[in-house]
Design a binder for this molecule. Structure first.
Ligand code: FUB
Length: 375
């Protein structure tokens, strides 16, 4: 552990009408500039922090994003990306997300002190590293903690790596090679009730998943036709060693309620990135980001592989281009972990992790969260 840093969390925020309008998300389509005033690109901390909405950032001394939350040993651990100002111009490949290490956050209770456990893994300590440590996840099995991370190799192709530690907060030691057969990004590892572990992964555009349409890697970005089924997220069961896949990754079908596949042109509902799995009352909830329509949505199935039937929106767009989340139960409540760019004044690549309670309707559907409205 290099250092510890503790912060007091404030989870409630009162919104005025002015505040609500100031917090409307900076919607951005391909190639458009940010529409929100941003701080100097050379300063990591924003001089013009916007109001936060439903929740405040869990920490403010660093930028954090893509939170994957787990309860280990009765404590809530959050595995986020560590956003930094690299000065790399924004583009559709996400080159501006040039993250170089991970910090693990934890807390004993919601609203209590948040501990930053310092650098848990650095790109400099990953033998196969090229660049860009994107959204990570973690798992625990038989006394070992596993940190799963997407990273471009020296040929600029994303794979998923794994690092181990005997502590949930690291430091983690990376394997010498990425997970064999892994590709694309945004790993999420789910432990089922029978102690089987599954990795969900993939993301289009900068996440390169579209390059695997047809089954083989193709350096060209090839997308299905608009009226064809959308690019699908992938699942692979983890081997007993948690360092490898037990099977070749399989495509996950996401269907409309009439049983037809969600189509490529359906940007409001098709998979983009940030898959997450959680189980509630015996059903499997696959949630994900719709990317360029900036929503977190979900679909329900009766087994880890799906098919999953689309249900609706969990989280409406946040300030900043990306929307990425996780869902976990802590003590007797469910929580949504997400990020936005309020702390950086709207900078797409300088985000902050937040959390808020997630609730279900009696039929098991999820109550949609608007990040800038009182619930
Ligand atoms: O943080 C880099 C990338 O942005 C993540 O991997 C995506 O899910 C998006 O949040």
């Amino acid at each position: 552990m290099t250092y510890q840093h503790s912060y007091k969390v404030t989870l409630s925020a009162v919104l005025s009408a002015l505040f609500i309008s100031a917090c409307q998300p900076a919607m951005k389509t391909e190639g458009e500039p940010n529409t929100v005033a941003t701080p100097s690109p050379t300063s990591e901390k924003a001089p013009t922090q916007l109001k936060s909405g439903l929740a405040e950032p869990l920490v403010t001394h660093i930028y954090t994003a893509d939170p994957s939350a787990h309860v280990f040993e009765g404590r809530l651990y959050i595995y986020p990306s560590h956003d930094v100002e690299s000065g790399i111009p924004e583009n559709d490949n996400g080159d501006h997300f040039d993250m170089r290490d991970y910090h693990v956050l934890s807390m004993d209770e919601v609203g209590g002190e948040v501990t930053d456990h310092g650098v848990a893994l650095s790109v400099d300590d990953i033998p196969w590293a090229g660049r860009q440590l994107w959204a990570p996840d973690a798992a625990h099995k038989d006394g070992t903690y596993y940190l799963y991370f997407p990273l471009k190799d020296k040929q600029d192709i994303f794979h998923i790596g794994v690092a181990t530690s005997d502590k949930p907060y690291g430091p983690f030691t990376a394997q010498s090679e990425p997970i064999e057969g892994s590709f694309s990004m945004d790993p999420a590892v789910f432990k089922d009730d029978d102690s089987s572990y599954y990795m969900y992964f993939g993301g289009i555009w900068g996440g390169q998943l579209q390059r695997y349409e047809g089954g083989q890697y193709n350096p060209q970005d090839v997308y299905p036709a608009d009226d064809a089924p959308a690019v699908k997220p992938r699942i692979a069961k983890m081997a007993d060693d948690m360092l490898s896949f037990a099977e070749a990754p399989q495509e996950i079908a996401i269907l409309d309620k009439d049983g037809t596949p969600i189509l490529q042109e359906d940007n409001d509902r098709r998979f983009f990135e940030a898959a997450w799995m959680h189980k509630y009352k015996g059903q499997y909830y696959l949630s994900y980001s719709t990317g360029d329509t900036h929503k977190i949505v979900y679909a329900i199935g009766d087994n880890p592989y799906g098919p999953f039937t689309y249900q609706g929106v969990i989280l409406n767009p946040v300030l900043g281009w990306t929307n990425h989340h996780s869902i976990a139960q802590f003590k007797d409540k469910w929580y949504l972990f997400y990020h936005d760019s309020s702390l950086s004044g709207g900078k797409t690549h300088l985000r902050s992790v937040k959390m808020t309670e997630l609730t279900y309707h009696p039929d098991g559907t999820i109550v949609t969260i608007d990040p800038y409205m009182e619930q």
